[in-house]
Design a protein around this ligand. Sequence first.
Ligand code: PLP
Length: 410
Amino acid sequence: MDTAYWHPFANMGAVRGHALSIVRGEGALVWDDEGREYVDATGALWFCNVGHGRAELAEAAAAQMRELASYHTFGAFTNPRAEELAQRVAALAPTDGARVFFTAGGGSDAIDTAGKLARAYWHISGRPEKQAILSRSFAYHGVNAYGTSLGGIPANAALFGRLVPDVAQVAWDDADALGAAVEELGADRVAAFVCEPVVGAGGILPPPAGYLDRVQEICRAHDLLFIADEVITGFGRLGEWFGSARYGVQPDLVTVAKGLTSGYAPLGAVIASDRVAAPFWSESSTELFRHGYTYSGHAAACAVGLANLDVLESERLVERVRELEPKLEEIFGPLTDHELVDEVRVVGLLCGVELNGDTADRVAAEALKRGVIVRSLRNAVLQVSPPFVISEDELGRVAAAIRESLDVVG
Ligand code: PLP
């Protein structure tokens, strides 16, 4: 029977009849419906930080669902798991003070929330003309209206017309370009600047030395909110709880998702610094942030988030990322000697293998035949972002499959 399932980011004409059904996982391994084993070198879509098949996360969801799966948290309603997870996330946050607003689906909702919150903040601070939001080339901020408009991968926005007004983009690696754009638009019209500490889907691009410091200075000097999109880099991916901590910056707003639950339940959040929260939280405030999702603070999803943080802490998995970073250099660095490889970029437990020519799609397809899931980004870069529990032996299998695949394609 023909499929009824419409895959995201897929050319269904080509995919139908050729789908790969993943049915089981354990650690950094997954299996398809025919029993074939794969090393999951991508942590699915950069999210499975604690690894697949964790019974304790499943138990946490089941226990909470038996008690109360969820109840809404609009207005004065709350639940203990949402409260506890907000406290835990606030304690880890790289912001100056932290209030945690949970979103339902994941990172795209978090970005929409942050964009609206930034604009609302200026509105209720008496400066409603500060509405423009600046972002970077190569950025990926998800697929809702704000994320589509702020993204820096043009193909992702091409079919949809103008979604969010007052957005503009600057070169991903040039802080002066941000300064110039603010001057041109007028600081009194700009609400915020958003960036990923390390560009993810745009190609695994770590920031040039000093870039984030400089960007933070520009935001402070011109009174813009600095939004760090940590949907990939949050919860340990760069060897610190947050990418902002690794680079020593303190954003005003932080968006998170993926690693918050390692994908065991869909959940995202915006972490707001004291500065942004203050006008909404003061006792004299008459303003409400008229925004929220039916499943904001979903009890079972938050229970999973708590169990996920327990695993990250008790197994010291963030420290493990720090230990693995130099191993990643050792294991993947030598790929630069291959004629198809331009550069290998390692940061935390992320590795981007930049290829010359448009070959990454074909290389990833060959690696899959060899039992390794890597992903092609823009047909130019191979994405390696495995679960934090991956072994050195499994990393070696990934590098070997990439090399063999490069040989076949080259
Ligand atoms: N922001 C960044 C940096 C991302 O990498 C992603 C997803 O990959 C998103 C936002 C969107 O997240 P989601 O797909 O969970 O909506």
